[in-house]
Structure formats: C-alpha cells, structure tokens
Design a protein around this ligand. Structure first.
Ligand SMILES: CCCO[C@@H]1O[C@H](CO)[C@@H](O[C@@H]2O[C@H](CO)[C@H](O)[C@H](OCc3cn(Cc4ccccc4)nn3)[C@H]2O)[C@H](O)[C@H]1NC(C)=O
Length: 135
C-alpha cells in the first residue's frame, strides 16, 4: 500500500515536535504514522485501529529494526473518532517517543533504537492530513 504522505531527509532532533492536523475518514478502519531513520528502521509505528486485524478501537505501537517488527504494545486509550478532526503532536527523546492527541491524551513508547535524528516520516491509511508543522 503506497503511503499517503512521506517525508525523508528530515533532521528532526529530540525535543522537536511534529504537529499534524488531520481529518479521520468517516468510515476509517485504520491509519498509521511511521517515524524513524527510514521505512525499515522505525522508532515509532503508531497505528490507531478502528476495526482491522481483529482489533477494535485499539492503538497498536511498534518499532521496526532492519525491516523486522518488534514487540507490539497495545494502548487501550483511544482518543480518535471516525469523521472527526484530530491534532497529533509527536516528540521523542533518547528514552521514549511521546504522542499527544488533541492536546491531552498522551501515549508513550520506548525509543528502542535510541535514535537521535529522525529523517523519515510517513502517514498511511484513513486520514486526510490538513497540515503538518515541525516546531
Ligand atoms: C496473533 C498472530 C497474528 O498477529 C497479528 O499479526 C499481524 C501481522 O504481523 C499484525 O499486524 C501488523 O502489525 C504491525 C505492527 O506490529 C503493522 O501495523 C502491520 O501493518 C504494517 C503497515 C501497513 N501499512 C499501510 C497502512 C497502514 C494503515 C492503514 C492503511 C494502510 N503501513 N504499515 C500490521 O499488518 C497484528 O497486529 C497482529 N495481531 C496481534 C494481536 O498480535
């Protein structure tokens, strides 16, 4: 499946925030944000699942190293609504990646590779990105 939006050759450093505003599709099944060195080395695969892979309203987070998925972490907090606008801020440090949704709900995921510069960001699935800002 081709990505909706791909940025490469970025130089995102720890503490810098990626601010995305998007519209979740009315019949959304799933979308994904992928952040890392490149497509095969991700410090964060952030995958809200409305109804897919047997999951219902669960956020699946994972990492990928040399093209191999790590162990999934599944987040029961699900601050997304089909058809609604959502604001997502992603920031990382040496230890973890933090995703803040709509200014309140926070989901944390370990920075398993200890990446210190993110060069790759991709968005896939049932979300229309309205704006993206690197702060
Ligand atoms: C119980 C034995 C089978 O386990 C299942 O194995 C599936 C295949 O590995 C797991 O699904 C995969 O989980 C990965 C994270 O651990 C990724 O989410 C895999 O999707 C990769 C992907 C697809 N896309 C395109 C995309 C993304 C979102 C919407 C539309 C297109 N971008 N990255 C997704 O296919 C799925 O999460 C896993 N379920 C469990 C409960 O472990």
């Amino acid at each position: 499946m081709e990505s909706k939006l791909v940025f490469s050759h970025l130089t995102i450093k720890p503490g810098e925030c990626i601010k995305l505003k998007g519209q979740v599709a009315p019949e959304a099944k799933s979308f994904a944000l992928n952040l890392g060195r490149d497509e095969s080395d991700l410090i964060l695969h952030f995958n809200p699942r409305f109804e897919i892979h047997g999951d219902t309203k669960i956020i699946v987070c994972n990492s990928k190293a040399c093209g191999v998925w790590g162990e999934e972490l599944r987040e029961p907090v699900f601050p997304f609504q089909q058809g609604e606008e959502t604001k997502i801020c992603v920031v990382f440090n040496d230890d973890e990646v933090t995703v803040k949704v709509n200014g309140d709900q926070e989901i944390k995921f370990p920075n398993r590779q200890g990446l210190d510069t993110a060069r790759y960001l991709a968005v896939n699935g049932d979300i229309k990105i309205k704006s993206i800002k690197f702060d």
